[in-house]
Ligand binder design. Structure first.
Ligand SMILES: [Cu+2]
Length: 159
């Protein structure tokens, strides 16, 4: 291979390795202008959105009026908070979606969740793999995809 081909290969491999870290994450303000509140249809809000690992959710509300608890499926269904006082309560709570799969959030104030629908469930997708999937599978899928790209580019640059 020529020196030029080596440079091309180096650049392509570098991009392949760095891309997952540099991909622009999306910040979602939960409920948009309504924020995190009662009597809002969060399932309708979430239904046309694609959430990916690395994106962030911002829960905006007047501090003291609401809070945010990350819960599991059964606690979500029954509106049961885990440990009182352990939830987020700043009024501007930023949650990074660190792993693929379903995520459930409820408000722990009064009966906001049970009676006033203050609850959100989303499905977080990994890169190049359907969610839910373990992180290793996503990385494997991504690396396989990039390896194919590198091989194709190598063939093109050699000829
Ligand atoms: Cu609330």
């Amino acid at each position: 291979m020529s020196t030029f081909s080596h440079v091309v290969m180096f650049v392509v491999i570098s991009i392949a390795l760095l891309l997952p870290m540099t991909t622009v994450a999306t910040e979602y303000v939960v409920g948009d202008d309504s924020g995190w509140t009662t009597n809002f249809d969060y399932q309708n809000w979430a239904k046309d959105k694609q959430f990916y690992v690395g994106d962030t959710l911002v829960f905006k509300y007047q501090a003291g009026a609401h809070n945010v608890y990350k819960v599991n499926a059964s606690s979500f269904a029954s509106c049961t908070i885990p440990e009182p006082g352990t939830g987020l309560k700043s009024g501007h709570d930023v949650v990074t979606l660190a792993a693929p799969g379903k995520k459930w959030y409820i408000c722990g104030v009064g009966r906001h969740c049970a009676d006033l629908n203050q609850k959100l469930v989303i499905n977080v997708q990994g890169w190049f793999a359907p969610a839910p999937a373990p992180n290793s599978a996503i990385k494997y899928g991504y690396q396989t995809f990039m390896a194919i790209v590198v091989i194709i580019l190598a063939i093109i640059t050699i000829n």
